[in-house]
Each structure stands twice: as structure tokens, then as C-alpha cells.
Design a protein around this ligand. Structure first.
Ligand code: 26Q
Length: 828
């Protein structure tokens, strides 16, 4: 037992400044003689961390004592962003810390900017995991996250004349104050090797290489609660005995430390390219590393909490443990749990299968065929021979079950099977099928998406297991995504609702509806939005050198660059707008609505068309912004290196945001929720969560356009049959680019993807041409609406008022009640 101490924690404003000064002086990271903004940041973070660790220990002890059922969220990605402002805010100490820092000569915002984003994820799926952790902690749920501690997270995006350039971003350059290494939490993880069969027939995986998984814990504080949960990130390490001192002394430096460098590779980067055989093995190694270390840890904790209780049984496991798979990336948790139970704990197949299937649930985040993971069986055999045996057995038993119980489905078996050997050159394991067969619940992330899963991707499974399928519409944390990133607007909301209860009960926002026409609220609302627009304009000037007019309509599209998200539709519409402005008289121009179109997002390094789109946006910007006839009416900005903290600046300053994916292709979207929450109007298709957002805020407050999801297949077919007649305005926009209006770069390879009549990737698979006319017509409705200030403000207020459903607190409560079966466990 750790001895008691006189508590040196500072929570009173008067103590905080001295505590920060204490850390500046005695934390050994920097010279004690300096107190520049960066040092002030680290000293402040250290002081906040003391408070978090205190709450964290209490939470852990409380969970240990109560022994509730606990959820473990397994995700290859977390997009945490910055932690300082969020932690201080969740602790309820924003004012106290701001005052303390003032005493020391600093503004809280100024030093908070010194923190690097933790970007251990790519996009929506990773940010969702981070919002979920915030809600789990806030709702006092017994839940933890597991992930990997990548040395280099998402790349940093540089923009040059050539377009996007990727460079490694060193988020750990100076160290992160938010992680605590747990030298006592270490598990072996094996790769390669072979299966040994004992005389009794039991099987054991032996040989190969063994790498150690070392735990780094990140505290996740809840808002307005003591509960502080863990994000446990694994780092790969080799042990000293793997270092061949003899070889090293002989000068064989590389071979002496072979395992050491193999270990280092595992957590070196987020998603190394998987085009090469080596790349594939490394990605699979990462996935297995997360699954194996996490499950060993979960089983250890399950046993630890049963110490002294002789009566426990393995069949109790699912009443104490829920494992949620964030997409198929941690699928290997399924065969790994089976292996640990059978080969380690000596359970029989049936018992292990019962425990596993009652423990694991799976969330699908995409229906795009190219994003559905399929691993070559040969690679799996090599890296994970025992798991491959187990997967084969799951597949065999599944097929036998179908033949005996659902014989009418026999003709569908080849689609439903886990192992797909239809191409004898390259048999694969279909990870999504393994997840559906082995999980007790499968969910999509918005109503439309979940319907598509049931009707399409998983239709056969749905027909045999209808009760397995659920919807859990995504949500976002209102703490980070309005309270802390837009304090002005938050204060206004609190003032008009006469309570700040909305921060943890977002449905209360509907109380704003009654004031949607109120002139006083309009004035306050407009002034808060304007302050946010000014802050954003300063940032744009700082990172691009372009000055933008806060009185123009701020129109924003920020997300990963992908053809299905149709940034190309946005830029073609913008090019069309520019051309029309050029053709107008000065008098006519003066009657238009001035706009600042901003786009931001990263393109996957090898995704050629996505990179061309980035370059096109930049090229259009260079011409438009420097055209003295036009640049009072239109500016086009590419926001470089879009990430979580940039989003925290952009979203509060936005007035219109674009969520314009081809219907049926965006599983949910989550930035749409953040924008709407911040009083930003949406122009969008009936896709993903847009459908539900429009329902909540009202059809009149949503600029809808485009084909519906159930029309898309026929439209593609019509096109193949030569039935598509392009709108002249669409032809005009493309022709303007082809004619060189935006420089000499040849955009024909990009624009050709919109032409023709057949084949994937060509013939406008994403229906940009089909949707173009209704898109620019919707944009005209936007222009008209913006001219009517009162109408626009009312729509803006109604957007916020209708966003209550999209809190991740609601989403997580539904997971807790309808999938995990866990209950709040607040620290007293
Ligand atoms: C697949 C195969 C091999 C390697 C990597 C991958 C891979 C990696 C990342 C596949 C998918 C992803 C990420 C998907 C993602 O971010 N999906 C988004 O999830 C959000 C949260 O549910 C949704 O809101 C978005 O609609 C969805 O695109």
C-alpha cells in the first residue's frame, strides 16, 4: 500500500500560480532560469497533470472496489488534438488558470498554442474515438480506451506550388506531459513461429519473435466529475536479453540489435503504406500488437478483480467485460481472445466461443469496397499461424451452421464465408465477415448507413440474425466542440437558457427555439459569430498571407480529401461562380453576396487524384485572390495542415459548411454536427448523418441538393448506357479550367475522371456532373438567404437549437445501454 502524503495539490486560484512556478523551477525538462511561453505551457501542464493523476488514481481504485462491468474500446486511431485547455475546462478551472497565468505574465490561450496536437489518427473514425472517451469519462462509465503510441502520427501537410507535400510530425519531440509510462505493465506479443501439438492434442503457438508491449497511460478527465479514465497506448520494446552484446562487440551492430529495430518499426508510424508485402506485414503486426496486448491486460484485470473469490467462472467474463471494435482494424481481438482462452486458460472450443461472442461487438464505419479489409491468407499464416487455424475453424463451423439451420441461404454461402478463396492466386480473409459472425452486435454510425448495412453490405447476415444489427448515430463532445472552442457563443446560450446544464444535456439547446426571432438574441449572436470570424481571419492571414473580409460569407469544407466527399464539386462550383462574376458588370457584381470559400484537408500520400484536387484549389485561389476585379466578391483559401486544433478555430467562425458527398457513401460525418452546433448552416446531400441533422433542425434551415442514395445505382447504370446529358454550366466550368484559366498545370487527368460512360473511377462514378446543376442552384439559395440578415440569424440559431441529438453523450449512453450493458460508476 502506498503511504499517505500531505496533499500538495493546488486547486485554489491563489495556489495555482505558485504551483506552476514550482513546476517551472523543479521539473527537470528545461533550464530553471527561463520562463518563456513554451516553458510556461509545460509547467502549467505539469500542474494540471498532478490534479488529473489524483482523480485518476481515485477512479481506478473505485472501479477496482466496485468491480462493475467495464467496456474496452479498441481503436487503431485516436485524434486527441490538444489536451491543456480541455483538461482545465473539464476540471472547471478555466477562470482560475487564466488568472494564475495572468499573474505570471501570460494569457492561457497564448501558452495553450504551444502544445502540439496528438494526431494518432487519420480522420473521422479517430476523432470519434476521442469524443467517445470524453463522453465515457463525463458519464462516469467504467470504460477504457486502448490504442497504439505511434512515434509519428499523421503527417504534417506543407503546401507548395506543386501541391501537397508530407513531412513527419514529431509530436513527441520535446515529450508529452499527458502520458505516464507504466513500467510495471508489460506483455509479450509473439509474431511468426509455429503451432506445436502436445500428445493430448492441445495446441500451442511457439517460436518466432517476441516483442514486449509497454503501457503508456493518458488520463481522460470527465467534465464536472471526479471520474478520470485511461487511454492506454502500447509501445513496442525489445528486452535487454534480445540485445546480442557479443555480436555488437564484434562490430556487427545491425544484427546485434535486430529485434530492437523490429520492435521500433511497429509503432513508428500511423498506417505505413500497405502496397508492398513488407508494408502489409507491418500493418498486420500493428493490428495484432494492439489486440494481443490489450486482451492480455483485460484478462489480467479480470482475474485480479476476482482474487480471493474462489467461485468465479470464465462464463462470468462477458458480464464483466465488453470489447468494442472500432471498425475491422482490431478484428484480430476475436481469434486472440479465443486463443488466450483455449490455449492459455484451457477452455474448450464451445465455451471459448460463447465467451468471445458475448464479449465482442463491432462498429462498421464504411461501405466503400476499397476500405473493407481483406488480408491475404498467406500473410496471415506466416505471421499468425495459430490464429489462422482458429479463423478456419470459425469459418467451418459457421458454414456447417448455415447448412443445418438456414439451408435456404446455402446459395449465399460464398458471399458470407470468412475465407474467400474464389481467386486461387490470392485467397483472402474478409475481416468484416469475421466481425459479423463473431460479434453479438453490429452497428452502423447513422440511420441511413445502418439501413444500407442491413439492406446491402450485410443483407445476408441480417436475414439470419436481424437482432444483431443496430444503429448508433455518431455524436461529438459539446465540451471541446462548442464550450471550449467558442466560449462567447456558449456564454450567450447559457444566459438565454438560464442554465449551463446544456453542456452535459445537449437536448436543452432546443430551448433556444423560442428566442429564434428575438432581436436582442440576434444582436448578441451576430456579435459572437463576428468575433469568431475575426479570429479566423487573423489565422488565415497568418498561415496563408491572404487577408479575408469578415463581412463576407465564410463558407468552409474541411475533411480528408477524397473523391466521394467531392471537394471537386465545391471547387468546380467556385470556378463557375468566378467565371460568372467575371462576366458581370460592376453594378451586377455589387448585388452579389461576397464569399470566402475555404477548403482544408489532407490527401493520402499515394492518392493521386486527391492530391490533384489540393493543387487545383490552391491554383484557383492564386488567380481569384489576385484578381482585383473580383477579390472583393470572392476569395478562395486552402487552409494548410488541417487538424483538430485548426478545426477548433474554423468551425466557430463558419457560417456555411459543405457536406456534399455522393449519397450513400459517407457513413455519417461528424464535422457536420460540429458546424451545426456552432450555428453554421449546411449545404448538403441526403447522406450519412445529414439526413438526421436536417430532420432535427428543420428542412427550411438546410440547403439540400443532389441525388438520393437509392437513385445512385440507376444513375450510374444510365450513364453507362449513354443516357447522361451534362448540364452546359458543368461543361463551362470544366472547360474554363482546361483552357488554362488557373495556370499551365494539365488538369485533364483529373477532369477526365468526370467524363466518359463506363468503368470505375472514370465516367464520373461520384456523380459530380449529375449533381452539379442542383448544387449551384442550392448555392444561389444560400446567396439569397444571406442577404436577409434576420432570416440568416434565425436559421443559425435554429441550427444550434436543433443539434441536441448530436452529443456523443447521447451516442455513448446508447452504446452503454443497448450494446455494452454497463452502468455509471461515479467516484464518490
Ligand atoms: C483500410 C484498409 C487498409 C488500411 C487502412 C484502412 C482504413 C483506414 C482508416 C479504412 C478506413 C479508415 C478510416 C475510416 C473513417 O475515418 N471513417 C469515417 O468514420 C467516421 C466516424 O464514424 C464517419 O463519420 C465517416 O463518415 C467515415 O468516413
Amino acid at each position: 500500500k502506498v503511504p499517505a502524503i500531505a496533499q500538495p495539490l493546488a486547486e485554489k486560484p491563489s495556489d495555482i500560480a505558485s504551483n506552476i512556478a514550482f513546476h517551472a523551477r523543479y521539473s527537470p525538462h528545461f533550464s530553471p532560469l527561463k520562463f518563456d511561453p513554451e516553458q510556461a505551457y509545460y509547467a502549467t501542464a505539469d500542474s494540471v497533470r498532478d490534479l488529473l493523476i489524483h482523480r485518476w488514481n481515485e477512479t481506478f481504485l473505485h472501479f477496482h472496489k466496485v468491480d462493475p462491468k467495464q467496456t474496452y474500446y479498441l481503436s487503431m486511431e485516436y485524434l486527441q488534438g490538444r489536451a491543456l485547455t480541455n483538461a482545465i475546462g473539464n476540471l472547471g478551472l478555466s477562470g482560475a488558470y487564466a488568472d494564475a497565468l495572468k499573474k505570471l505574465g501570460y494569457e492561457l490561450e497564448e501558452i495553450a498554442e504551444k502544445e502540439k496536437d496528438a494526431a494518432l489518427g487519420n480522420g473521422g473514425l479517430g476523432r470519434l474515438a476521442s469524443c467517445f472517451l470524453d463522453s465515457m469519462a463525463t458519464l462516469n462509465l467504467p470504460a477504457w480506451g486502448y490504442g497504439l503510441r505511434y512515434r509519428y502520427g499523421l503527417f504534417k501537410q506543407l503546401i507548395s506550388k506543386e501541391g501537397q507535400e508530407e513531412v513527419a510530425e514529431d509530436w513527441l519531440e520535446k515529450f508529452s506531459p499527458w502520458e505516464v509510462v507504466r513500467h510495471d505493465v508489460l506483455y509479450p506479443v509473439r509474431f511468426f513461429g509455429h503451432v506445436e501439438v502436445s500428445p493430448t492434442g492441445s495446441r500451442k503457438w511457439v517460436g518466432g519473435e517476441v516483442i514486449q508491449a509497454l503501457a503508456y497511460d493518458v488520463p481522460i478527465p470527465g467534465y464536472n466529475t471526479k471520474n478520470t479514465i485511461s487511454l492506454r497506448l502500447w509501445e513496442a520494446k525489445s528486452s535487454a536479453k534480445d540485445f546480442n552484446l557479443f555480436e555488437f562487440n564484434e562490430g556487427k551492430y545491425e544484427s546485434a540489435s535486430q529485434l530492437h529495430s523490429k520492435a521500433q518499426q511497429i509503432c513508428a508510424v500511423l498506417y505505413p503504406g500497405d502496397a508492398t508485402e513488407d508494408g502489409k506485414i507491418l500493418r498486420l503486426k500493428q493490428q495484432f500488437f494492439l489486440c494481443s496486448a490489450s486482451l492480455q491486460d483485460i484478462i489480467m484485470r479480470f482475474k485480479e478483480r476476482r482474487e480471493g473469490n474462489m467461485a468465479w467462472n470464465w462464463s462470468d467474463f462477458p458480464s464483466k467485460v465488453a470489447v468494442q471494435l472500432n471498425d475491422t482494424h482490431p478484428t484480430l481481438a476475436i481469434p486472440e481472445l479465443m486463443r488466450l482462452l483455449m490455449d492459455g486458460e484451457e477452455l474448450g472450443w464451445d465455451e471459448a466461443w460463447d465467451v468471445t461472442t458475448r464479449t465482442v461487438a463491432y462498429t462498421n464505419h464504411t461501405v466503400l469496397p476499397e476500405a473493407l479489409e481483406k488480408w491475404p491468407q498467406a500473410v496471415m499464416y506466416k505471421l499468425l499461424p495459430r490464429h489462422m487455424e482458429i479463423i478456419e475453424e470459425i469459418d467451418k463451423r459457421f458454414m456447417a451452421m448455415i447448412r443445418s439451420t438456414f439451408s435456404s441461404m446455402e446459395s449465399k454461402l460464398s458471399d458470407m464465408q470468412i475465407l474467400d478463396s474464389s481467386n486461387p492466386q490470392k485467397p483472402v480473409v474478409r475481416m468484416a465477415n469475421l466481425c459479423v459472425v463473431s460479434s453479438h452486435k453490429v452497428n452502423g454510425v447513422a440511420e441511413l448507413h445502418s439501413d444500407i448495412l442491413k439492406a446491402d453490405l450485410f443483407a445476408n447476415y441480417f436475414s439470419i440474425w436481424p437482432a444483431k444489427f443496430q444503429n448508433k448515430t455518431n455524436g461529438v463532445t459539446p465540451r471541446r466542440w462548442i464550450k471550449f472552442c467558442s466560449p462567447e457563443l456558449s456564454d450567450i446560450i447559457t444566459k438565454w437558457l438560464k442554465t449551463d446544464g446544456w453542456i452535459t444535456n445537449l437536448d436543452l439547446l432546443s430551448g433556444l427555439r423560442q428566442f429564434a426571432d428575438n432581436d436582442k438574441l440576434h444582436a448578441e449572436w451576430a456579435s459572437a459569430k463576428m468575433a469568431n470570424k475575426h479570429r479566423l481571419a487573423q489565422y488565415v492571414l497568418h498561415v496563408t498571407g491572404v487577408s479575408i473580409d469578415p463581412n463576407s460569407l465564410f463558407d468552409i469544407q474541411i475533411k480528408r480529401i477524397h473523391e466521394y466527399k467531392r471537394q471537386l464539386l465545391n471547387i468546380l462550383g467556385t470556378v463557375y461562380r468566378y467565371k460568372k462574376l467575371k462576366e458581370m458588370s460592376i453594378e451586377e457584381r455589387k448585388k452579389t453576396t461576397p464569399r470566402t470559400v475555404m477548403l482544408g484537408g489532407k490527401a493520402f500520400a499515394t492518392y493521386t487524384n486527391a492530391k490533384r484536387i489540393v493543387k487545383l484549389v490552391n491554383d484557383v485561389g492564386s488567380v481569384v485572390n489576385n484578381d482585383p476585379e473580383i477579390n472583393n466578391y470572392l476569395k478562395v483559401i486552402f487552409i494548410p495542415n488541417y487538424n483538430v486544433s485548426v478545426a477548433e478555430l474554423l468551425i466557430p467562425g463558419s457560417e456555411l459548411s459543405q457536406h456534399i458527398s455522393t449519397a450513400g457513401m459517407e457513413a455519417s460525418g461528424t464535422s457536420n454536427m460540429k458546424f451545426s452546433l456552432n450555428g453554421c448552416l449546411i449545404i448538403g446531400t441526403l447522406d450519412g448523418a445529414n439526413v438526421e441533422i436536417r430532420q432535427e433542425i428543420g428542412e427550411d434551415n438546410f440547403f439540400l441538393f443532389g441525388a438520393k442514395a437509392d437513385e445512385v445505382a440507376k444513375l450510374r447504370k444510365d450513364r453507362e448506357n449513354g443516357l447522361f446529358k451534362p448540364d452546359p454550366r458543368f461543361e463551362e466550368a470544366k472547360q474554363f479550367i482546361r483552357g488554362g484559366a488557373f495556370g499551365s498545370y494539365d488538369y485533364s487527368a483529373l477532369l477526365d475522371s468526370l467524363e466518359g460512360n463506363s468503368g470505375y473511377g472514370r465516367a464520373d462514378y461520384f456523380l459530380v456532373g449529375y449533381d452539379f446543376p442542383s448544387y449551384i442552384e442550392a448555392q444561389s439559395r444560400v446567396d439569397e438567404a444571406y442577404k436577409d440578415r434576420k432570416r440568416w440569424l434565425k436559421m443559425s440559431i435554429l441550427s444550434t437549437a436543433g443539434s441536441g441529438k448530436f452529443s456523443s453523450d447521447r451516442t455513448i449512453s446508447q452504446y452503454a445501454n443497448e450494446i455494452w450493458g454497463i452502468k455509471a460508476c461515479p467516484v464518490p
